[in-house]
Write a new protein. Structure first.
Length: 361
């Protein structure tokens, strides 16, 4: 009902502006085809002899909080550094930069997989002095993988899934892919536990929705039109979340009018109820080095899910609201630990990919 009302209000507002204004606004918004072409270019296949810049492009196809892409690259000799870009922090939802360092690990895993597949195998490590993910590589035989093949197809699908169970064989494959040192993965597939976790997500969402600073920060990362998403190259594009697109000037207005806790809670309840399972990632220690390992694990999980024809989406509210972390840790069977990432998974429709910024190094 919210979506229909938003569409009606948006169309009414444009109609009031007159036919000429409607045409001009439509041109300024850009088209879905234009957006799809721009995104396809960032996900183009690697050639037989890719340059370093091509490998970095694949690194940036990793997941990141609010699609902020909070990384910088530095290349020297046989070493690639992935540095935190603190200018792209989200201090309200992520005050200790937990999600930022998880994002660096996601990018590092993509980089390592792409390099190995194109004859530059190497190892990832974390330098706690510079807070940097480092990839040391050498020349060697190309080693492709199903995870590498899935990099350009992975996306966060924030929509309703079909609710059908995932086979035990696929669950084992997901767990095997996410086996990264220093990280525990807990897969929750039974309905009672998923229902309890849904309650934590909704409780966390209610807390966040009541925080004006959180809502303001989230709104700053929303991209409402195809053209805006292309030009910014980051953030959460409306169509990628199954929401209608609007002119960039109109989107924030309607966000303020329509974004409310009740509608969001109902949405999350439906989405979680439609999921096949939920993955909870928990690091052995709460520090940037382990957070980057969590990033590697959840990226590998998402890539394996993509290869299996599954969709994934983050539901991190119980992680982001500190008061809910102990309940989540107990639900996951790891009391006393800090949960890091929560992802739901299942089979669902493919929404548009998120945009990416140009690679600079």
């Amino acid at each position: 009902m919210t979506t229909r009302r938003t569409l009606w209000l948006g169309g009414g507002a444009l109609a009031l502006a007159g036919g000429g204004a409607v045409f001009a606004t439509a041109r300024a918004m850009g088209s879905h085809d234009e957006y799809a072409a721009a995104v396809a270019a960032t996900r183009a296949a690697l050639g037989e002899t890719p340059e370093i810049g091509d490998l970095l492009r694949f690194a940036t196809l990793a997941a990141s909080g609010h699609n902020t892409q909070p990384w910088l690259f530095r290349v020297g000799g046989n070493q690639i550094d992935i540095l935190p870009d603190f200018a792209r922090r989200t201090p309200v939802v992520d005050p200790d930069d937990h999600h930022l360092f998880v994002s660096l690990g996601c990018a590092g895993e993509n980089l390592a997989l792409a390099a190995a597949a194109t004859g530059r195998p190497g190892e990832l490590r974390f330098d706690p002095t510079t807070m940097t993910v480092i990839f040391d590589f050498a020349r060697g035989d190309a080693r492709g993988s199903t995870l590498f093949d899935a990099i350009s197809r992975r996306r966060s699908s924030r929509t309703v899934y079909d609710g059908k169970p995932v086979s035990n064989a696929d669950l084992r494959a997901l767990a095997d892919a996410a086996a990264v040192p220093g990280v525990d993965l807990v897969l929750i597939t039974d309905v009672p536990k998923m229902t309890r976790l849904r309650g934590l997500v909704i409780a966390g969402n209610a807390v966040q929705m009541a925080d004006k600073a959180f809502v303001r920060e989230l709104r700053s990362w929303l991209r409402f039109s195809p053209r805006q998403a292309i030009e910014m190259g980051d953030g959460l594009y409306s169509a990628s979340s199954g929401s209608p697109t609007l002119p960039a000037w109109l989107g924030p207005i309607f966000f303020d009018l329509m974004f409310n806790a009740g509608a969001e809670n109902d949405k999350y309840a439906r989405q979680i109820a439609s999921s096949s399972g939920i993955a909870v990632f928990v690091a052995e220690q709460a520090d940037p080095a382990h957070w980057s390992q969590v990033g590697r694990a959840c990226q590998r999980f998402a890539l394996r899910a993509t290869a299996l024809g599954l969709s994934c989406a983050f539901i991190n509210q119980p992680v982001e609201v500190p008061a809910l972390r102990p309940d989540l840790a107990c639900l996951a069977g790891l009391p006393g630990r800090r949960p890091d990432i929560v992802m739901r998974f299942g089979r669902g429709p493919a929404l548009p990919f998120s945009a990416r910024r140009a690679v600079v190094w």
